[in-house]
Ligand binder design. Structure first.
Ligand code: NDP
Length: 291
């Protein structure tokens, strides 16, 4: 008999989580504010709880996955004492500060708390490709690890700080959006120059593989050492090249705010004495803005 699990919140993600627990053989109790959303899961073998408190008393492990921090608070309040002595794993996306607040609220109620950040879409849940970051007391995480493995093959424990999963979550999403935005900006330029995206794509791929990705570990190393040697590609030279990007964009009448932003931050880094340093010296400006 596998450990019973309760899942609170049956949106796209909560439903995928509950289904993965069910498929792995865990007796699964579910609750959702709009009860009909549980119908499909009940047909697959889940038990529908009438109240949050009833759902909370059905298992030691309570997974919460709702829209936002406010909804989490409403649920913790509605549960009352029913959560005392149990473990809440909150997989709702939030800021690091909100995660710490939820942990404090849980602690007041005698609840052990792990925060998590889901780095996957619902269709990936239950597969090896799903990555979920966890933070909180290590003995609690280790004990639950075999049960949590039902939803994500790649569960990654980040340490005792409950704010860290959300911190990694926002950092990685920022990386994704800015990288995609950079690619989309490049496409605005080349299509403005009458080149189809498909024709440009193989060159972008080579650029990612041979230049962009291999440079990432070097940037990380320079940031950790707070030293950014230029090594033949000084920031002053790159700033001049960014000017070309802005001018070419203006000529093609595409949005130039993205390269103008780079132009401005490169200028600030140069003003702070990083002209001969590498592009990684932008870190000094981004991590400590002047205003
Ligand atoms: P949905 O919009 O599909 O579902 C939202 C859920 O939150 C519903 O169950 C809704 O209940 C519930 N809810 C909202 N407000 C309240 C409230 N005040 N009290 C109780 N329940 C409430 O969102 P998802 O399932 O897609 O996302 C859930 C979490 O997972 C979010 O934090 C999201 O950022 C995260 N996530 C989602 C991903 C995705 O691709 N879907 C990817 C990674 C993370 P009701 O049905 O009654 O409206």
């Amino acid at each position: 008999q596998r450990a019973p699990v309760t899942v609170i919140g049956l949106g796209s993600m909560g439903t995928a989580l509950a289904r993965a627990f069910l498929r792995a053989g865990h007796p699964t109790t579910v609750w959702n504010r709009t009860p009909e959303k549980a119908d499909g899961l009940v047909a697959e073998g889940a038990v529908r709880a009438a109240t949050v408190a009833e759902a909370a008393s059905a298992a030691e492990l309570i997974v919460i996955c709702v829209l936002d921090h406010r909804a989490v608070r409403a649920i913790l309040d509605a549960a009352g004492d029913a959560l005392a002595g149990r473990v809440v794993v909150n997989l709702t996306s939030s800021t690091p500060e909100e995660a710490r607040q939820a942990a404090a609220r849980a602690a007041e109620r005698g609840v052990r708390y792990l925060d998590g950040a889901i780095m996957a879409v619902p269709t990936m849940i239950g597969s090896e490709r799903a990555l979920i970051f966890y933070g909180g007391p290590e003995e609690v995480y280790r004990r639950l690890e075999p049960t949590l493995a039902a939803v994500a093959g790649a569960g990654a424990y980040l340490g005792e700080d409950v704010g860290r999963p959300s911190l990694f979550d926002v950092a990685l999403l920022g990386l994704m959006w800015t990288t995609w935005a950079g690619f989309i900006h490049a496409l605005a330029l080349v299509t403005g120059g009458k080149v189809e995206a498909a024709e440009f794509l193989p060159h972008a791929r080579t650029w990612f593989d041979h230049v962009i990705a291999p440079e990432v570990p070097r940037i990380a190393e320079q940031v950790d050492r707070r030293r950014h040697p230029g090594d033949g590609s000084a920031l002053a030279m790159q700033a001049a090249a960014i000017d070309h990007l802005v001018e070419a964009g203006r000529a093609l009448k595409v949005d130039t705010e993205l390269p103008e932003y780079l132009q401005d931050r490169a200028r600030q880094a140069i003003e702070r004495g990083h002209a001969d340093d590498s592009f990684a010296s932008l870190f000094e400006v981004l991590s400590a803005p002047t205003d």
